[in-house]
Design a protein around this ligand. Structure first.
Ligand SMILES: *Cc1c(COP(=O)(O)O)cnc(C)c1O
Length: 455
């Protein structure tokens, strides 16, 4: 399989290079040059598989011949051996809600599902002969998932940039109490978009990138997307009639994986994009104008994002694969602060997506009502998706993606229901551990200097 850039279709990369690079050299995102659809008969066969075997069938579509099926199988077995569920995820039926719990990995958020696989791919692809420096921006959960996946890798250094004082205490503690010499936590005096921008600028600086042998594991890395496609299939097979998925959304990676699942033939009706008060995706899907504004801290910090990077991949499709048009839109965004979709383009998006914005007040109310009615504690991100699912009026059943364990957002849960959440076993002594992180100004050069000093 060959990969192209959203901004240049004539580029030609294999899986190994797009995995290592993360971002295309022209600043675009990588996409496979074609996506094959499963036939109805193939779907029936897939529905009989356990999670890992299903994963092998789906993931291998995107990485053979670079990674062969048996290699992927051993990789997935190893990756998911430290999850608390044999089938990685679990569907719960709570009243008329189908909740897909994706947070049973080592750091209690869905990010583990892709990150545990990615951590092993560096070895499997034989990429870490030379020391690799991975730089990642996190809105709270990617960082800890990356640390858990990479902390024991000898030839990898990991630098995690999180927005200073803009993630939950538990999110920060899980990241900064990990005492491994190849892990560096940096708190940037800015928001997630600032962190993401610094990482992108480093990627686009060819000289710096080469010098430090840089790689990235943010959700713009295609490997993350393909690992996330798997649970859409798995969840659908538990319902086996046309479904909607309601997805708590920030950087548009997770819900975009659902879109690829649909392109691969999964009978999905609507993908419901649930946002918090940082509602850029809600605005673009409802009005056609993509215009980032200032990030507002909310109760669902992992979704406090205005520049939803993966949207560029959808844009490429909506613009019928016209790389020049994508480049022009992204240039408009850069120069003028926005771009606009026309009526037909917007229609194409709305055939697949709808979007809802859930306020902080609504998030608290949903957590409270859900607890009162069902005795089940939702984390604030999942709560936005539950809220969005209530607003959808079509006949398809809806599956809500549960993206994080409520323990990660203790303070918010306390605010909503007046109760504490018990820590899962692996975090019983978290409060006693010592935190280690460096606070750095929101300046590219300062971050670069820090990194150069450590490697
Ligand atoms: C990262 C994250 C999201 C948003 O996912 P995207 O792929 O960035 O859209 C939602 N919920 C939680 C808990 C997260 O960690």
């Amino acid at each position: 399989m060959n990969y192209i850039s959203t901004r240049n279709k004539s580029l030609n990369f294999d899986f190994s290079s797009i995995f290592l690079r993360g971002l295309a050299p022209d600043g675009g995102l990588f996409l496979p040059d074609e996506i094959k659809k499963f036939s109805e008969i193939e779907l029936i066969e897939l529905s009989k598989l356990n999670y890992i075997d299903l994963g092998v069938e789906i993931i291998s579509k995107f990485c053979v011949p670079v990674l062969k099926k048996d290699k992927i199988k051993s990789l997935l077995h190893k990756a998911y051996s430290n999850f608390s569920l044999e089938n990685v995820v679990e569907m719960k039926k709570i009243d008329n809600i189908n909740l897909l719990e994706l947070y049973h990995g080592p750091t209690l958020a869905f990010k583990d599902i892709a990150m545990q696989v990615i951590g092993l791919m560096y070895e499997a692809l034989d990429l870490n002969k030379k020391k690799i420096n991975i730089i990642v921006a996190t809105s709270g959960d990617t960082g800890s998932a990356a640390i858990a996946a990479l902390k024991e890798k000898k030839n990898i250094n990991l630098f995690v940039l999180h927005p200073h004082e803009k993630i939950s205490n538990i999110q920060r503690k899980i990241m900064t109490t990990c005492d491994f010499s190849n892990i560096y936590n940096i708190a940037i005096k800015g928001n997630f978009d600032d962190c993401q921008k610094i990482v992108k600028q480093m990627f686009n600086d060819e000289q710096f990138r080469e010098k430090i042998n840089m790689s990235g594991v943010n959700s713009i890395n295609w490997a993350r997307i393909i690992c996330q496609i798997v649970y859409y299939f798995y969840a659908y097979f538990q319902i086996s009639s046309k479904v909607n998925f309601s997805v708590p959304t920030g950087n548009f990676g997770d819900v975009y994986a659902g879109y690829i699942a649909k392109k691969m033939g999964l009978p999905i009706d609507k993908l419901i994009v649930a946002t918090n008060e940082n509602d850029i995706l809600c605005r673009v899907i409802n009005s056609g104008e993509y215009r980032p504004t200032e990030v507002k801290p909310s109760l669902s910090p992992s979704m406090d994002i205005q520049v939803a990077s993966n949207f560029e991949r959808l844009l490429f499709d909506v613009l019928k694969g016209d790389d020049q048009k994508v480049s022009k839109s992204m240039k408009n965004l850069n120069d003028n602060g926005f771009f606009k979709l026309d009526k037909d383009e917007l229609k194409k998006i709305r055939e697949n997506f709808s979007a809802e914005r859930i306020s902080n007040a609504d998030t608290l109310r949903i957590i409270k009502d859900f607890f009162m009615n069902y005795g089940f504690i939702l984390d604030p991100h999942t709560a936005t998706a539950v809220g969005a699912s209530y607003k959808v009026k079509n006949k398809s059943k809806t599956i809500v993606l549960g993206t994080a364990h409520p323990y990660k957002f203790l303070e918010t849960i306390k605010l909503a229901i007046g109760k504490n959440v018990d820590p899962p076993r692996q975090f019983l002594d978290l409060s006693k551990k010592i935190e280690k992180f460096e606070i750095i100004d929101n300046k590219l050069e300062d971050v670069k200097r820090y990194i150069m000093g450590k490697i």
